[in-house]
Write a protein that binds this ligand. Structure first.
Ligand code: 2HA
Ligand code: ZN
Length: 271
């Protein structure tokens, strides 16, 4: 394992990318993560005074002007981040005019932020409107969620209810349900806009035939959110593997009791 310096964010993002890889959700360069870091939490990054390079963002990120993001690099492999975080991660600051990102640390061998950086930043903008504690956006390729996007209708109510009913945990962890966008070409501002629009209502958004986007307060919470949805989808796959016949299931009434017991409000459009 590499020396992480003293930033707790570099250590944590390295651990989470490795875990996601081990789960099988980040083949090759699949997946990307960004963490918004508050100014007072920048301790542990050496020498932030100098702008090393600048990247054009391709959209107006003015709502995030001056904000700092630790982000994975385009083309980089999640399985490697833990061994070379200074190459595969970069700390950038959005410029005052919202047009560019200034590199302050990392990407030491010439790297650039993930191709999905527009989707990440647009999502950060929307999540901040809903919840100021939100700092993390994570994208990866969880196998069973992707499989669902082939076998199920791309309908938010139906997908949310299916995932809620696969285990008692789902409704408690994502009571608002799960969003879904139509299939689109990745790495574009168009898919970024569609994802961010869904993030006004949801913290999880399925990219059909591709993967998932999750958002949350910190890396543990965001990864846990994706893990919970993928666990539910895995149970659905296993039910299929066991013959697909459901003898007994969680009822709507049981979901309502669950929500009440855990003090969460289930999306009233879905339940
Ligand atoms: O970072 O997963 O969607 C590679 C991808 C693009
Ligand atoms: Zn992807």
């Amino acid at each position: 394992m590499a020396e992480f310096g003293t930033s707790k964010f570099v250590k944590k993002i390295s651990e989470i990318t490795h875990e996601s890889y081990v789960h099988g959700w980040d083949e090759r360069n699949g997946g990307n993560v960004s963490v918004r870091i508050d100014r007072e939490d920048l301790t542990g990054f050496s020498d932030l005074a100098e702008v090393k390079r600048s990247f054009s963002l391709g959209f107006d990120a003015r709502p995030l002007a001056k904000q700092y993001f630790l982000v994975t690099g385009t083309g980089r492999y999640f399985r490697n981040v833990i061994n070379q975080p200074q190459k595969d991660l970069g700390l950038v600051q959005i410029t005052a005019d919202g047009q560019k990102a200034d590199l302050l640390w990392g990407f030491e061998d010439g790297g650039l932020p993930t191709s999905e950086f527009p989707s990440h930043l647009m999502t950060h903008i929307e999540r901040l409107q809903v919840d100021q504690t939100h700092h993390v956006v994570m994208h990866c390729h969880p196998t069973n969620i992707i499989a669902l996007s082939f076998t199920q209708e791309l309908d938010e109510a139906k997908l949310s209810r299916l995932l809620w009913k696969m285990q008692a945990e789902s409704l408690v962890v994502f009571p608002e349900g799960i969003g879904v966008i139509p299939y689109m070409t990745p790495g574009t501002t168009k898919i970024g806009r569609a994802t961010a629009d869904k993030m006004q209502e949801f913290r999880l958004v399925i990219w059909p035939h591709h993967g998932i986007f999750g958002a949350g307060a910190d890396l543990d919470e965001t990864f846990g959110l994706i893990e919970t949805a993928e666990k539910a989808a895995t149970i659905y796959s296993q039910i299929g593997a066991q013959g697909g016949k459901i003898k007994q299931a969680i009822t709507d009434d049981q979901l309502r009791k669950l929500a009440k017991a855990f003090g969460v409000v289930a999306n009233p459009e879905f339940l």
